[in-house]
Ligand binder design. Structure first.
Ligand code: GUN
Length: 300
């Protein structure tokens, strides 16, 4: 039987709809407009696209969107001063500093200067520690989106064997932690893992987040496994015409879809969930800041 395709585009639209409902409630019942500030340093083209898209969707769900675009040679002091202002701004409930930062800026120092309560990326060491000890935290958006899709598809993932391929701070490590907090049995594999195929073969859930185009093969897959593909890789596609490209994930879609029980496509799988979860995190931060009940289903 063909694998169920998990439609991230449709799922993300549903999450944004829930977020918009909460925004309306916060405005109408409490006179509060949730506010998200995004800081972009430099002119990395991919980052510019992300930031534009974040701003557009923030406004679409009825939130206040503030963008700070700083020159590539902005000093660390100037950036820290801006973050301090945003930390102290009562109209701002979420702060995101787009990564990567230019080389001369210390990424850890910058991220850890964000008020953890406004850290909608969940990258601050306090939030990492809270997540690691199973306490209430802000959760990184991409892994949160993956978790939402897994919970939606399976109901419960308790006791399932999960493999996360990739150990980044943004996806791999928090993903493994979230799966563990939901009582899955978790293996983290990475570029030095000896027999990746063998590790994947044992998994009921495979989350691929290594940044290696079409690495994961169908003949590595346990029949009926659920495959979440976090990769977004742009490859040349001369067959589509000169200079054309195509997007692929970290999973070889055709061969894996033939064996898996469910799979996320690229594009249209995990990607759209990241911004939806950023908006969800902003609602969560806003509710917590105002002592209000947190939205059901939008947090880990
Ligand atoms: N760059 C690529 N992905 C992300 C993300 O999720 N958050 C931030 N801040 N920067 C990114």
């Amino acid at each position: 039987m063909a694998a169920t395709v998990i439609d991230g585009k449709e799922f993300a639209a549903r999450v944004r709809g829930q977020v918009a409902t909460h925004v309306t409630r916060l405005k109408d019942d409490h006179g509060i407009t949730p506010g998200l500030a995004v800081v972009l340093v430099g002119e990395d083209p991919a980052s510019q696209v992300y930031v534009r898209s974040k701003g557009k969707m923030t406004v679409e769900v009825g939130m206040k969107s503030v963008e700070h675009k700083l020159d590539a040679d902005t000093s660390e002091d100037a950036l820290l001063t801006l973050i301090e202002q945003l930390n102290n701004d009562p109209e701002i409930h979420g702060i995101l500093v787009q990564l990567p930062l230019p080389q001369h800026l210390n990424e850890d120092l910058v991220i850890n200067s964000i008020d953890p309560a406004k850290d909608v990326d969940g990258f601050h060491v306090s939030n990492v520690g809270l997540l690691g000890t199973g306490q209430k935290s802000m959760v990184p958006c991409t892994p949160l989106g993956c978790l939402m899709m897994l919970r939606d598809h399976h109901g419960s993932i308790s006791g399932m064997d999960a493999v996360v391929i990739g150990r980044s701070n943004i996806v791999g490590k928090p993903m493994a932690q979230l799966l563990l907090n939901d009582s899955a049995t978790v293996t983290i594999a990475h570029s030095r893992t000896k027999d990746l195929a063998d590790v994947v073969r044992r998994a009921d859930i495979v989350v691929a987040a290594v940044g290696r185009p079409e690495l994961v093969q169908g003949d590595w897959m346990k029949k009926g496994a659920t495959v979440i593909d976090v990769g977004i890789n742009r490859l040349d596609a001369p067959e589509k015409g000169e200079g054309k490209t195509r997007l692929v994930g970290d999973v070889d879609y055709e061969s894996c879809a033939a064996v898996a029980g469910a799979i996320t496509p690229v594009p249209g799988g995990v990607g759209p969930m990241t911004i939806a979860c950023l908006l969800a995190n902003t609602i969560t931060a806003c509710c917590r800041a105002n002592g209000l009940a947190e939205p059901e289903g939008l947090t880990a």
